[in-house]
Each structure stands twice: as C-alpha cells, then as structure tokens.
Design a protein around this ligand. Structure first.
Ligand code: 13P
Length: 250
C-alpha cells in the first residue's frame, strides 16, 4: 500500500514546513504502508529536511523530460533527485488540462524519471463525458499504453499508477468502490499484459479523487486498490494520517 499526498499549488515555504512536520507527528510509525508527500517545487528541499528521520518520502508534482538546458521555468529529474525526491507525479489530469500534457510527453517523462531512479506515479483517468458514454476503459487503456510505451520491466518496483477519474477530483464526488475496483482490475490486466504476471501484479495502483477519512477504508479494501493519491485531505495532517491508518487497516 502507498498513500501519497498531492499538495498541488498550496502552501508557501513556511506552511509547507509546518504541514510536513505535522504529518510526521500525526502519521507516526507505519507498518505495511508507504507514505509520501508531494509539495510544490520550492518547498521540496525544506520538506525533505522536515521528514528526514521518518519513513515519509517526498515526491514532486511534475518534471521536464530533459535533464538540463534552455527550458526557462522547468525542473528536471536530476534536480528533483538532488533535493531528495523519491517519487514524481506524472500526467496528472490538471497538467493535461491546463498545461498541455499529452500521453507522448508523459511517456518521455516516465523514461527520464526511471533513468534518474525516480519512481513515477503515472496518472490516468477518464472525464465525465467518457464515463457517460461508457468508454472509460478505452480512454484509460490508451493513456496507459501510450504513457508507458517502451517502458521495460527493468525497474519493477519503480512504477506506480494512479487512477483518478477527472469527475471525482476536488468535487467531493468519489468513484463508488465498485467503479474503482472495476477500473483497477482493468488497469491490472493492462499491467500484467505489459510486464508479465510477476511484476504486473505488484505494481501499486492508487485511487485518487475525493478520498477522505470517511471513505478511504472502503475504497482501500477493494481488489487492486493499493492505496490513494490524496489532494484536498492531504492538506490536513490529521485527515491525511487517518487515511494512512485506513490503509494500514486493510
Ligand atoms: P482531491 O483528493 O482533492 O479530489 O484530489 C485528488 C487528486 O487530484 C490527487 O492527485
């Protein structure tokens, strides 16, 4: 199980330090659950220091596909490694919607992240109109196949997939446990096809979209739901810790 907090564009440096310290205290020692926090770039270094000595790892919310060069405003995988990042979220629906992220750019970033020994958390998920049209499996299949094209099994423990239905992000509307389980099973099949049984069965598939302390246990208890990618609730150390405990209880 993995529970990762995506802080999105929230917290300045002071608030990020405070939240990270509060998360360390509230989460405490965990068993059987990996925990990560993904603050904005400018706070990565400080948050890495704040969680140092705990089991909590740090991730970034995006990166550029090149290591260095004339890409004003961009941040590369080696830079993320240099400030202690273990994970990087790639292809979040907000990056796709507001910043022109495509499956091809996600794929380029996944390759670079793996080369830099960062663990990519690759996000996929359909829009409401896709689900209403009944094509959610096709949409997610295409995102995953293109996003993971030519990714080999050479880095087996180093890949995480997050299923985040766009209509459930920040809306308070969660996929039902049945909907989540069905899609996670579909994603599992795709991962087994690509990586084989041994590796495909062990890649964590996280659910994201309005996960809260009140619904986490039920979602996490479902087949192939290996934890969560948490947005709003990750901005409260108490709520985030309660979600981690829900994962531990599964
Ligand atoms: P919410 O938990 O706020 O719905 O956000 C989910 C998400 O986008 C995590 O990456």
């Amino acid at each position: 199980m993995l529970v990762a907090g995506n802080w999105k564009m929230n917290t300045d440096l002071t608030a990020a330090r405070q939240l990270a310290s509060a998360v360390v205290s509230a989460v405490g020692a965990t068993s059987g659950v990996d925990v990560a926090v993904c603050p904005p770039y400018v706070s990565l270094d400080a948050v890495f220091s704040a969680v140092h000595g705990s089991t909590i790892r740090v991730g970034a919310q995006d990166m550029h596909a090149e290591d260095s060069g004339a890409f004003t405003g961009a941040i590369s995988a080696p830079m993320l490694r240099s400030v202690g990042c273990h994970y990087v979220i790639l292809g979040h629906s907000e990056r796709r919607e507001y910043f022109g992220e495509t499956d091809a750019s996600v794929n380029a970033k996944v390759h670079k992240a793996i080369a830099a020994k960062l663990v990519p958390i690759v996000c996929v998920g359909e829009r409401l109109e896709d689900r209403d049209a009944g094509v959610q499996n096709d949409v997610v299949s295409a995102q995953l196949k293109k996003g993971l094209e030519d990714v080999s099994s050479a880095w087996p423990s180093g890949l995480v997939v997050a299923y985040e239905p766009v209509w459930a992000i920040g809306t308070g509307r969660t996929a039902s446990p049945e909907q989540a389980e069905a899609m996670h099973g579909h994603i599992r099949g795709l991962l087994v096809d690509q990586f084989g049984e041994e590796i495909g069965r062990h890649i964590f598939i996280l659910y994201g979209g309005s996960v809260k302390p009140g619904n986490a246990a039920e979602l996490f208890s479902r087949n192939d739901v290996d934890g969560g990618l948490i947005g709003g609730a990750a901005l409260s150390a108490e709520d985030f810790a309660a979600i981690v405990r829900a994962a531990e209880g599964v």
